[in-house]
Design a protein around this ligand. Structure first.
Ligand SMILES: Cc1cc2nc3c(=O)[nH]c(=O)nc-3n(C[C@H](O)[C@H](O)[C@H](O)COP(=O)(O)OP(=O)(O)OC[C@H]3O[C@@H](n4cnc5c(N)ncnc54)[C@H](O)[C@@H]3O)c2cc1C
Length: 447
């Protein structure tokens, strides 16, 4: 296996890469992606797919060093094998370490450890002008270290990252608490997020008076373990079981088998289809492929036209300060009407380690709302009608929206949220020729 040093030496010598970077806009070649916006223009791509190895797991330092294209599935396996896990492991197996930092990553440990980028201590980044820089929170490239999260590959490509880890136990006991009152539900989120005995915290809203909060705790022994990797569906267990036990590994991937609940969009919750697909293909990568095939051939679009239905894809993750979470939930339930909704608390960002381009509400717990579906209507509406409403409400409530899916912000509005001055200073220093494109054009204009 070629070492990281050999790969970077070859990259530095790789005239093709230099030429592509020199010749104008490039993109990243990737076999999988969790982006949810179609790109308009084809462009030359840089293939860094071979930077996909875990390099070192250090149980004494509680760190793992891995190349940027390493999937969290491989990262979890490498660390679990040594009794540890990265502090935050996004729940879709194909998400990569570099992608989760460039595109913001979250999971049920975020109430204590923040977002994936909050767990990173060092990065090697191939910048737009073809230079590989090493950045940490305190060295001469600390501006890029703090500016890289939420940059979506427009400031450079992460070749190697060091992430903090924590010790694990073999099993996770999950306690599911049902709620029928929104205020009590969010009060419980706040209370549990301070509970040292809780290792994992997330929830699901099934309806206005039907919510479940799930608290996970590491344990050494379990009376039994549940298996949600085949016939049984995790989110359907939340309202039936008060307590459940999973292996640590199965807990990390509890949402991947059914892409939360989005497997319903491809019929994969039907027992016959599950048997047809089999355990190996019941995962987010399969559903992504089906979804991209549909997007390519516009199958659902034709069906909807025949039915006289106008459908808008509403696939978003937004972070709202806890104090306004009730208001935002009311808005979603009355004006968007997409259910279920994933709820994931995020601790207040560390002022000394804030992400320059992803301004989470400061000095407060935030709540991530994840909702992924289409909103249908009989009347034709302007493009992005519902998504636009959501953007306005998120901004009005002091929240921030992640940019992996569709966005409709105006340019000034966008930059009033995502810090134009800091971004322009970073572009001038690390991608002066604009080889990697601009964040607004990439995330909103889809250029
Ligand atoms: C249905 C759905 C649910 C989701 N839920 C969650 C969730 O719960 N938790 C969560 O954490 N995330 C979630 N995401 C978002 C996802 O984490 C982000 O989109 C993340 O950026 C994907 O990482 P990836 O490795 O798949 O990268 P891609 O999706 O392939 O890329 C994302 C962006 O990052 C850039 N990029 C990728 N690799 C690198 C690199 N090494 N260096 C620099 N830039 C790079 C790409 O150019 C692209 O702009 C969800 C997405 C979907 C579609």
């Amino acid at each position: 296996m070629t070492t990281y040093a050999e790969k970077t030496a070859r990259l530095r010598r790789d005239l093709d890469v230099a030429q592509r970077l020199g010749a104008g806009r490039v993109g990243l070649a990737k076999s999988t992606s969790n982006l949810f916006r179609e790109r308009q223009r084809r462009r030359p791509r840089i293939d860094l797919g071979h930077f996909n190895q875990v390099l070192r797991v250090d149980a004494t330092e509680d760190t793992v060093e891995a190349e940027g294209m390493t999937t969290f599935a491989d990262l979890a396996d490498a660390t679990l094998g040594l009794g540890a896990m990265p502090l935050v492991v996004p729940q879709l197996k194909s998400i990569t370490l570099g992608g989760a930092v460039a595109g913001v990553g979250i999971e049920a440990t975020s109430f204590r450890h923040g977002l994936v980028h909050d767990t990173i201590t060092a990065m090697d980044i191939l910048t737009g002008d073809g230079v590989i820089v090493s950045c940490t929170a305190n060295n001469e490239h600390r501006d890029l270290f703090h500016g890289f999260p939420n940059s979506y590959g427009t400031l450079g490509y992460a070749l190697k990252l060091t992430a903090r880890t924590m010790p694990v136990k073999r099993y996770v006991r999950v306690m599911h608490t049902r709620h029928d009152d929104v205020d009590i539900f969010f009060a419980d989120v706040a209370r549990r997020s301070k509970d040292e005995a809780v290792d994992f915290l997330d929830g699901v809203v099934f309806g206005p008076r039907d919510m479940v909060l799930s608290c996970g705790t590491f344990i050494d022994d379990a009376p039994y373990v549940s298996d949600y990797t085949y016939e049984r569906i995790y989110y359907q267990s939340l309202r039936d079981k008060r307590v459940d036990y999973l292996t640590a590994r199965d807990y990390l991937w509890r949402w991947d088998t059914d892409w939360f609940w989005c497997s319903k969009n491809v019929g994969a919750q039907h027992p016959f289809v599950r048997r047809l697909l089999g355990r190996k293909r019941l995962n987010s990568i399969t559903y992504q492929k089906i979804m991209r095939w549909n997007a390519r051939w516009g199958v659902m679009g034709r069906v909807n036209r025949l039915r006289g239905v106008h459908a808008e894809a509403v696939i978003q993750d937004v972070d709202i300060p806890l104090a306004r979470a009730h208001e935002f939930l009311d808005f979603l339930l009355t004006e968007v009407q997409v259910l279920p909704i994933w709820i994931c608390p995020i601790c207040a960002p560390d002022p000394a380690n804030e992400a320059t381009l992803y301004p989470l509400p400061s000095a407060t717990l935030s709540v991530n709302f994840g909702f992924w579906d289409t909103v249908a209507s009989r009347e034709r509406r302007e493009r992005g009608f519902v998504n636009r409403k959501i953007e306005r409400r998120v901004t009005a409530l002091g929240g921030v929206k992640s940019l992996y899916s569709d966005s409709y912000f105006g340019e000034d509005e966008f930059w009033s949220i995502y810090n134009r001055p800091a971004y322009q200073a970073l572009k001038a220093r690390y991608d002066p020729r604009g080889a990697l494109g601009d964040l607004y054009s990439k995330c909103v204009s889809r250029a």
